[in-house]
Ligand binder design. Structure first.
Ligand SMILES: CN(C)C(=N)NCCC[C@H](N)C(=O)O
Length: 272
């Protein structure tokens, strides 16, 4: 079964957590009173980076800026489809300066960057499934940003409503595994969104509460290898049954800010 799955080499952008800390709280996972091991955060991130490289992916780096402890979560920095970049515009003032920092990185490298009018937190809420963008709303990204993404990124956008504050970004509740194949946590979505997902993806893997709580859906697939938090053991077993190769990663320190594997990784989809 495994041999039927084909990995496609990806182009990723990551940000070393040099300035990582949990100094404020903008999601239920963040408790500034709880200790964070900053050195361990860097080590765990370096292991994730090394893993991507060992799998043959191209990983570029953006320099983290002092005063922006969440900048390590590169997935929030933009959305890139076919060489077009929709810059991010953050919901909270604490992360506001990250939007221009990521936009400048792309502009400097010659990408066509669209400055957004509405709040969107990049790939935190925009997940590309081949020819459609699944777009979250409810906590961070404005529904109006979905239309903006459709226009600039030139793909149809389907809105999905998130209802559980623990799963405040779409990529904490759903992961695209391969074209037309996803895994998700139904309880994170409103009933109409659940119905949409059931209809469009009848064979999807659904996550247990335990897996979702372990951030198991904050996973990254290259079509064959699926990197996910190591504590999401049920999901790993389901993935293996479907012929994927699950690879567990430990990102305990970044989880204290409400992020994991996918959050650390922005996919750069270059022009076809
Ligand atoms: C799925 N992605 C990208 C994320 N969930 N990102 C993590 C963001 C964490 C940050 N403290 C925040 O609350 O914005």
């Amino acid at each position: 079964m495994t041999s039927e799955r084909t990995a496609r080499q990806r182009h990723y952008l990551m940000c070393r957590p040099t300035h990582f800390a949990v100094d404020y709280s903008i999601n239920p996972w963040m408790d500034p009173g709880k200790p964070v091991d900053a050195d361990l955060a860097i080590l765990q991130w370096e292991q994730l980076h090394a893993l991507f490289v060992s799998l043959g992916h191209t990983v570029e780096l953006i320099e983290g800026l002092p005063g922006l402890p969440d900048m390590v979560f590169a997935a929030n920095g933009a959305t890139v489809v076919n060489g077009r970049v929709l810059a991010a515009k953050f919901r909270y003032q604490e992360r506001e300066a990250e939007g221009p920092a990521y936009a400048d990185w792309f502009r400097t490298r010659g990408y066509d960057v669209h400055e957004p009018v509405h709040v969107n937190e990049g790939e935190g809420d925009f997940l590309v499934d081949e020819d459609v963008i699944l777009a979250g709303t409810g906590f961070r990204t404005d529904p109006e940003a979905h239309r903006e993404a459709e226009k600039h990124l030139r793909l149809p956008v389907v809105g999905l409503e998130l209802v559980d504050p623990r799963f405040y970004h779409l990529d904490t509740a759903l992961a695209v595994l391969a074209p037309g194949e996803i895994m998700y946590y139904p309880a994170a979505f409103s009933e109409p969104s659940r119905q949409f997902l059931r209809n469009r993806y009848p064979d999807a893997i659904t996550a247990t509460d335990e897996d979702a709580q372990a951030f198991g859906l904050n996973a990254l697939s290259d079509g064959r290898n699926v990197i996910l938090p190591e504590a999401a053991t049920h999901l790993a077993a389901r993935l293996a049954e479907r012929g994927f190769t699950p690879i567990g990663a430990s990102l305990s320190e970044l989880l204290k800010a409400g992020g994991s594997v996918k959050c650390c990784t922005l996919e750069i989809r270059d022009r076809d």
